[in-house]
Design a protein around this ligand. Sequence first.
Ligand code: GLN
Length: 481
Amino acid sequence: MAELLALTAHELAVKVESGEVSAREAAEVANARVEEVEEDVNAFVTVTPEIALERASKVDARDGDRKLWEGVPLVVKDVLSTRGVRTTCGSKMLEDFVPLYDASALRNFGEDLIMVGKANMDEFAMGSSTENSAYGVTRNPWDLARVPGGSSGGSAAAVAAGEGWWALGTDTGGSVRQPAALCGIVGLKPTYGRVSRYGLIAFASSLDQVGPMTRDVRDSALLLQAIAGHDPRDSTSANVQVPDYLSELEDGVSGLRVGVVTELVNGEGIEPGVREVTERIAQGLEDAGAEVGEASLPHSEYALPAYYIIAPAEVSSNLARFDGVRYGLRVPAGGVHEMYRETREAGFGDEAKRRIMLGTYALSSGYYDAYYAQAQKVRTRIIEDFRSAFSRYDVLLSPTSPTVAFGIGAKVDDPLAMYYQDVCSIPANLAGIPAISVPGGLSEVLPVGVQLMSDHFTEPMLLRAARAIEQAADFRFALKP
Ligand code: GLN
């Protein structure tokens, strides 16, 4: 078991393909590891050991007629609809919700997606610590007293703990990258529109993207290969050809122009240990042949406040469907209005309610221009900042998160401190560009993620640069706890 657990997803996939290991053996190993550590980590809302075994046997039986990724068990964030398996979105509202179809992001795994389980998350993906889940907090495998980040904290913790070789998360303001950073794994947010959002329970539709959470950059490329592609069922899905994400991976960074984003490296609240690792990686890229300089995103300080208007505004609309009639929970009451009210009062947690109220306020007549319209103007400025930065640089480097993993409970009573976790990650969501977090090293004993951003649909280059970071970093993936 230990031997298989130590492999990357790509290595395991190759062994399954050659017949050296069966998909069923892999599923057994994942299930056993879940048994072993889940009590401590709580990475899952729902585990699906029988489904994993049954489907793995089917995949084995289809020998010869399958894609490389199909033999490797996958952890799926509980925001992605899975046919016949309950999908809670971390909310009491959807405690018993069983979707009738799989999210399109899963379609290239075919009918027999070998699923380890549904990963825990902040309710409706709102949060940075996985403490906003109705199903308990997930613990960081590096230090069980700390959070794994969020909102895809269950996915990140599962990968770090080896409860699966790879996972899917979603990223609206940083939810793939920040937990990846805090758990010492790789997290990629693809270009907006690269991966279908069909069957993904909506948080902020103009920002949401599904992304791979993996042990290394090669696994990230392979999982992106599996989930990317145009989907007519998602009107924002891009009809852009899917390149081969693995082919350029080892081509190095010689001559690549890397801009270190001044505002995000030196901003207040960036921990010294995080800054040091980022600077060391910049040096490492230069040593590997990249041309490293200083880049500026002059409006980046407005990205966080703009996001916390735009995302809640979209939430207030997207979460209106949870009314006790169409989906999930219903609290019976005297009349229809009472039923709505009591259902939403009982079904949503505090953060979901806070966002619905913020968003409703920002969109209300008289305040719309002052808040929502203003935030959209900021969004345009951020896009222009990136356009000008990408005229000088191929990729931009920054920390992923301002801090390493913090203690459970440390920020729950201070929403603004929690929101500040997203300060480095949000600009990429507002601009719709791809961004990846790669472990850059340790700050004392905890992992630090560094972030790379690049222009729309340049994931092959982004992954190649990320691979160079991996080589420059003083960091190797090892199972925790
Ligand atoms: N932490 C951010 C928020 O709470 C981002 C969440 C996400 O990307 N889903 O909105």
